[in-house]
Ligand binder design. Structure first.
Ligand code: ZN
Length: 398
């Protein structure tokens, strides 16, 4: 029975490690280490080797088919991952409602109130999923582009003024052209295949709600099944007998693996689902935590990679005894009341404020403190401006 315990520990550790590699393998800390190597292997090298293998085995025609499929699967908006999510979700819920839920009525430690908790959690999960699928991530159009240009200043490090070659519109800082939607998205975070939509300025808050509700569902499901399984152990009297035998020194005290063995033998479906849901809770928790960390620093998934690349570029320059100069006036424009005086000394100012960038002391100009950063996600800047505009318009009409 020790084997099963070790298998479970090994399986959990492997899954946690796998998720860790995928989430943090591209970070500054791991990029040049084993984790970084594993990330590169899993994220694209494995596909290159697979493609080579297919070409060797089946020839050029199969290679073209594979390329077409991988382009459709990886480069276009498609419903595959979303369908996969729904199949897993509905599959899990079907097993839950057939094998687990009816047990609630025979389990005195679970009250009937849990029916309402279930309704609330499932409404949250499906509600946030639908909102994420159908919400506007913050598509940049000719009507709103000027507004976004004002809201997000360029940092002249990872964002410089330029035009999107596809949309033919100026590219506001923090925006990115999403190849899946073929549109520029404001404060672009990433494209999420699970909801088949980009995650940007306007729907990042719904994405966080989606992650949180999935985490809540897994934790709740895990708690619910734990209660039922504990009751089953208690109800069986099997261990009561063993413990009394142990007290009479006739047998060894039952160990954790004895309990696991008993549950897997007698309640395989509930135990299996319990394990799966608990593992899912750990994975979703890690991902939610990662996004909360990004929010606290006011950075996005894309920016965190861009920033570490930029830092590496500066370090490379430093190793060649070169520096990159930046005008601090451009990065944080200072508003002066005395505009005439400012105009006169503008050239002087520009020269005085040109400083070399220190790769070890780069500042994220969008970071406005933890509370401000969270408020920016839950009350997007572009929506705030619209509201204040409509407010300022009202008195004028009177
Ligand atoms: Zn674009």
């Amino acid at each position: 029975m020790i084997k099963l315990e070790w298998f479970l520990i090994g399986y959990t550790s492997f899954l946690v490690f796998f998720v860790y590699v995928l989430l943090f393998g591209q970070s500054d800390y791991h990029r040049n280490g084993i984790i970084g190597f594993l990330y590169q292997f899993l994220s694209y090298k494995i596909f290159i080797y697979f493609r080579l293998l297919i070409t060797k085995c089946f020839g050029k025609r199969m290679e073209t088919r594979l390329d077409n499929f991988s382009h459709y699967f990886l480069q276009t908006k498609n419903p595959f991952l979303m369908i996969f999510y729904l199949v897993v979700l509905f599959g899990g819920l079907t097993i839950f409602f057939i094998s687990v839920f009816p047990e609630m009525f025979f389990c005195p430690t679970l009250s009937n109130l849990h029916i309402f908790y279930l309704i609330i959690i499932l409404s949250l999960v499906f509600g946030s999923f639908l909102i994420c699928v159908y919400s506007d991530p913050g598509i940049i159009t000719s009507e709103n582009v000027n507004n976004y240009l004002k809201l997000y200043p360029y940092d002249y490090m990872i964002y410089l003024p330029k035009e999107c070659s596809t949309c033919k519109l100026p590219k506001p800082a923090r925006s990115k052209h999403c190849r899946f939607l073929n549109k520029c998205i404001a404060r672009y975070d990433h494209y999420c295949g699970w909801v088949a939509n980009s995650i940007g300025e306007l729907n990042y808050r719904y994405f966080i709600l989606f992650l949180f509700s999935n985490f809540a569902m897994c934790v709740y499901g895990s708690y619910f099944m734990f209660k039922i399984l504990s009751w089953k152990i208690y109800e069986s009297q099997f261990f009561v007998q063993q413990i009394s035998e142990y007290e009479d020194s006739l047998k060894d005290k039952p160990k954790l693996q004895d309990y696991i063995e008993f549950l897997l033998e007698n309640y395989r479906t509930i135990s299996g689902l319990f394990l799966l849901v608990t593992l899912m809770a750990i994975v979703v928790f890690a991902f939610t935590l990662y996004h909360l960390y990004l929010i606290s620093k006011n950075t996005t998934t894309v920016e965190s990679f861009k920033f570490s690349e930029f830092k590496q570029f500066l370090q490379q320059l430093a190793s060649e005894n070169k520096v990159l100069m930046v005008n601090t006036n451009l990065v944080s424009p200072q508003k002066s009341k005395n505009s005439k005086k400012r105009k006169k000394s503008k050239n002087e100012d520009n020269l005085n404020n040109v400083v070399p960038l220190d790769p070890n002391n780069l500042k994220n100009i969008y970071n406005v403190g933890i509370i401000g950063n969270f408020l920016e996600v839950f009350f997007p800047k572009s929506r705030r401006i619209q509201k204040s505009k409509t407010k300022s318009l009202k008195p004028k009409k009177k």
